[in-house]
Write a protein that binds this ligand. Sequence first.
Ligand SMILES: NC(=O)c1ccc[n+]([C@@H]2O[C@H](COP(=O)([O-])OP(=O)(O)OC[C@H]3O[C@@H](n4cnc5c(N)ncnc54)[C@H](OP(=O)(O)O)[C@@H]3O)[C@@H](O)[C@H]2O)c1
Length: 283
Amino acid sequence: MTTPARYAVVGRPIAHSLSPRIHAAFARETGIALTYTAIEAAPEEFEAVLAAFVAEGGRGLNVTLPHKERAFALCAEATPRARAAGAANTLTWTGGGWHGDNTDGAGLVRDLTERRRHDLRGRRCLLLGAGGAARGVAPLLLDAGVSELIVVNRTAERADALCLALGEPARARARYWDDLDALGDFGMIVNATSLGREQSRVGLPFGLVAPGHCLAVDLSYGEAAVPFLAWARAAGCADAVDGLGMLVEQAAESFQRWHGVRPDTGPVYAALRARADALATAD
Ligand SMILES: NC(=O)c1ccc[n+]([C@@H]2O[C@H](COP(=O)([O-])OP(=O)(O)OC[C@H]3O[C@@H](n4cnc5c(N)ncnc54)[C@H](OP(=O)(O)O)[C@@H]3O)[C@@H](O)[C@H]2O)c1
């Protein structure tokens, strides 16, 4: 009997990760034999963990917080979307080095446009955050046709660096968090910060929301998404979406890269959504 090919997600913290469950479900659905585990790694352990994974026959890794930028820097080759992000969430061992991809942005856009049927074209978009997730989604939001992408981050220099890397000064510009009140209203607001993990209120101005048609998206899910989604509903957003669908879709993109098959994401998403709803009701 052949040994199943080995895959994993690496990050810190990692115990909460749904990726092993998602990839196991995709594997059952497509009939592909694999193992997919979660590996906890501190920043100073990251390279040693990757080397050990390869030595044990590992084929591919998902990379999550806080390693995505480091992962990209280690890649011998990378897709244009990983290069645009300067961050990788999907590593494939080629035999001589790592190939890097970033599936976060494609996962987000697929969830919003295909599952939820939102048209992103022409929307004025506010992106809160400039960390690994923001870097992953920003180029794909531009590709999806937003009219403007205003990037605001607590640490202003990171928003500047992200906009510089995007290379579209006419559409993508950085602004200061303290100036949020003066930015006008938006047809789409994406929360790519992790502030919901630390704070129970987001405290954003309601004037950011274009009345009647603003789409609010938090890349987080579960408890961490509650403060932003509560703010979005109170501010009158037409739809308020968490990052669970993006999580499933970015995993499907990684799965396709590794196995050449695109899984049906519907059943896994439905199961995770039911589980999340049950947990929220139990609180
Ligand atoms: N659904 C999915 O598939 C998916 C995929 C990736 C990420 N995510 C989620 O996206 C979020 C961000 O992840 P990441 O990888 O980008 O993390 P990261 O690289 O650590 O970046 C964190 C971001 O949040 C900002 N931030 C943190 N605390 C803040 C606060 N109190 N007030 C304002 N801004 C604050 C940081 O600003 P500074 O630069 O000033 O520190 C930075 O922009 C996480 O919640 C993660 O779970 C979801």
